[in-house]
Design a protein around this ligand. Structure first.
Ligand code: NAD
Ligand code: MG
Length: 392
């Protein structure tokens, strides 16, 4: 049976892997409904034409005309601007891949969630900035949420979903990023090019920076708490540089179940695309003899304070994860633009959280899109001001 699928954020790294699998699937296995991008018109138009999409939406309205021109000879509807991207999420699809980066993905992803079908969630920031609201909307619509993030996909695969009382803790693995062994004194000097050079995974720029600060693991800690309904104290993080074990679930009888595989996002993406069945992917077969040894370390909280900041934000709950995410998005953009240094990233997140805590009641859940976006906007303003005044 043909699965109708939409890809929000189709021109990014997750989009590339998703379309790679669709290209390799049996003819007629998938029908592409909608694809979105922010500014890469050429790539978006090419994908829409190649896959015969029904709708293509470009987030930056400045490119709407270019998109229309590129698609004029084809029977593909084109749209531009934020509402067009949301409309893409609203279009009837059996499966929507939510792969926009950052809180910008919240509204289109919620539009897909509200359809009550299946959503593959790669866009972790939208869960971090609006976890309470997001999970309520998933429940109300009866949506099947399939995690794409490799760690959460691993947990999803080994979790006894119907017996939550048997679970003692979730163990997220982290590669440790490119600076796992960089001395503290040198970290301040790390450049965007060095931070983008991830040792194991090939990903978009923002998540690569997040991996280098370990803030990605902080976002994933919050993501796991919402996805699997577990408190902060039941989620551990262990550094595992080979990235072969993608995460684990420990049960009360002492059993620990792990999902393993070569580090390639096409495994979790393929898992979600074909769920509840499995599809063949071109992912390299795991050869444990070649790998020889797997190693594990405690995360270094002195050199990577971002992970602890995420823990605190998760414990505080309510608006705190939203502020954590917004401040980090501003910090990563500023670091990539050369406006702040590497260690300023966690410092800016911490200062923004401290400042916003004075104005926002962190304990209160944000239960409307307006409340989420207002909190996000205020936190971004504060983070921007802190950069300008260099009060880091
Ligand atoms: P990317 O930067 O490569 O792609 C992002 C996509 O979102 C692009 O299509 C871009 O056009 C679109 N986009 C960006 N800003 C937008 C905006 N304001 N409005 C609408 N669309 C916008 O990112 P990625 O690495 O593919 O990551 C996507 C999501 O998946 C992120 O949340 C990331 O944390 C998560 N994720 C990625 C990987 C990975 O291997 N890349 C692994 C796990 C989770
Ligand atoms: Mg991950």
């Amino acid at each position: 049976m043909t699965r109708r699928i939409s890809v929000l954020g189709g021109t990014g790294s997750i989009g590339d892997s998703t379309f790679d699998l669709i290209r390799r699937a049996a003819p007629g296995a998938f029908k592409v409904v909608a694809i979105t991008a922010y500014s890469n018109v050429d790539k978006l138009a090419a994908l829409a034409i190649e896959f015969g999409a029904e709708y293509a939406a470009i987030g930056d309205p400045a490119y709407e005309g270019d998109l229309r021109d590129a698609l004029s000879a084809h029977d593909i509807k084109a749209g531009g601007g934020r509402n067009a991207v949301i409309e893409a999420g609203q279009r009837q699809a059996d499966f929507t891949m939510a792969a926009i980066i950052g809180a910008a993905g919240l509204e289109p992803t919620l539009a897909a969630v509200d359809q009550g079908r299946t959503v593959g969630l790669a866009n972790k920031e939208c869960l971090v900035c609006a976890g309470d609201l997001f999970m309520q909307r998933v429940k109300t619509a009866g949506t099947r949420l399939l995690p794409i993030d490799s760690e959460h996909n691993a947990i999803f695969q080994v979790l006894e979903h119907d017996k939550p009382e048997g679970v003692r803790r979730l163990i997220l693995t982290a590669s440790g990023g490119p600076f796992r062994e960089t001395p503290f004194d040198e970290l301040t000097k790390m450049t965007p090019a060095q931070a983008l050079n991830h040792p194991v995974w090939s990903m978009g720029a923002k998540i690569s920076i997040d991996s280098s600060t370990l803030i990605n693991k902080g976002l994933e800690l919050i993501e796991a708490a919402y996805l699997f309904d577990r408190p902060e104290c039941e989620i551990d993080v262990v550094v595992h540089p080979q990235s072969i074990i993608h995460s684990m679930v420990e049960y009360i009888d002492g059993s620990v179940l792990a999902q393993m595989g070569a580090p390639d996002m096409r495994t979790p993406i393929g898992y979600a695309l074909s769920w509840p069945k499995r599809m063949e992917t071109p992912v390299k077969q795991l050869n444990l003899v070649d790998i020889g040894a797997l190693s594990f370390f405690k995360p270094d909280m002195i050199r990577f304070p971002g992970l602890d900041l995420a823990r605190t934000a998760l414990k505080q709950g309510g608006a705190a994860p939203n502020v954590f995410n917004a401040a980090n998005e501003v910090a990563v953009a500023a670091f990539l633009n050369g406006r702040i240094g590497f260690m300023d990233i966690p410092a800016l997140v911490e200062k923004t959280l401290e400042t916003q805590e004075k104005y926002t009641s962190f304990g209160q859940a944000l239960m409307s899109v307006d409340a989420v976006l207002a909190c996000d906007k205020a936190a971004r303003r504060t983070a921007d001001e802190l950069i300008l005044t260099l009060k880091l």
